[in-house]
Design a protein around this ligand. Sequence first.
Ligand code: GLV
Ligand code: MN
Ligand code: MN
Ligand code: MN
Length: 428
Amino acid sequence: PSSHGFSTPITSLSVDADTLVKQIEELSTFSDSPAPSVTRILYTEKDVLARRFVKSLMGLSGLSVREDAVGNIFGRWDGSEPDLPAVATGSHADAIPFSGKYDGVVGVLGALEAINVLKRSGFKPKRSLEIIFFTSEEPTRFGISCLGSRLLAGSDALAKALETTVDGQNISFISAASSAGYLTDPAQISTVFLKKGSYSAFLELHIEQGPILEEEGISIGVVTAIAAPASLKVEFEGTGGHAGAVLMPYRNDAGLAAAELALAVEKHVLDSGSIDTVGTVGILELHPGAINSIPSKSHLEIDTRDIDEERRNIVLKKIHESANEIAKRRRVKLSEFKIINQDPPAHSDKSIIEAMVSAAKDLNLTHKLMISRAYHDSLFMARVSPMGMIFIPCYKGYSHKPEEFASLKDMSNGVKVLALTLAKLSLQ
Ligand code: GLV
Ligand code: MN
Ligand code: MN
Ligand code: MN
């Protein structure tokens, strides 16, 4: 046996990068916006087509495929000791509006290629290896991020909330799921919860979504922690009225309240004094949305994150105080202030970090320990399994936009590190 723990020489870990790139291109065609942008929203026709494509590839790789009630997809390669907790890897393939081809997808199709690499090398797993395609990592349709992995981690609160959750078109989660071929009855939601100890390890390969690896010319990022995300929904209500007839002293403009709150978010984030605190008002809608009508309602969705949970919570508290203060001063009603999620950070498992680092070293690839500022399904898988993440460089750190790009070489490196780490963990 060689130093990396199984008898296959590393030189035989050959990635079929051309096929991987072709698959990424093909998957990107299942989109509701024109290329090069990608838009793939949960349970839409394009999402269902993407799922079909991935399941067929899983089948071609000889994996046994299973889906749960919300459409998390599992492709399993049985090990020689199939009763041991398996080693899992995976990511998502949903894409926010007008985004790119690589976010999530590299961790799904790259995982499939990692399995193919191991199969071609003659490797025989001891613990089973499993690929997970997660349902709705992105919050686009129902406002809930990492929907599939949150449920896998066993959230009764989410299971309950989903019974009555609707999207922007007032389509319920249940009917959307059933139209995509998944659950028909709310009671099925909690069947998704994983049993503790189902997996001995979970790994996710992902583009960095930041500029560090590319700038420093490093091949592999070994993630040590994932920053703590939170999101809020806020609504103000005023009386509205005619834009010409209602004079300024008689207005209570819900739009201006929203504008002030957006600036307050920026101020509170900057006041934290740390570069690690971020906040974004990514949605700001005015009702009725006519040039000659004073906004009678405004709706904001606010995303804030930090590697330090307490500091992030202070920002949330200050945003709430500002919302109340603005409402009072502007005589509008704060009709909703809802915390959608307020998650703690997650830490990678020490021994998985070691396995990833030693895989990178075995493969002669430079690596760097880093944190993930974006969230990932790994944030929730860490609640039920030891977790680790592998980052690869992406062009200028671009993500969540069409210019997102990862090179064939960088993806191959990531797939190799993933394959070797899976192999090591499978034999443990
Ligand atoms: C995930 O897409 C995130 O917003 O971090
Ligand atoms: Mn994303
Ligand atoms: Mn992602
Ligand atoms: Mn993400």
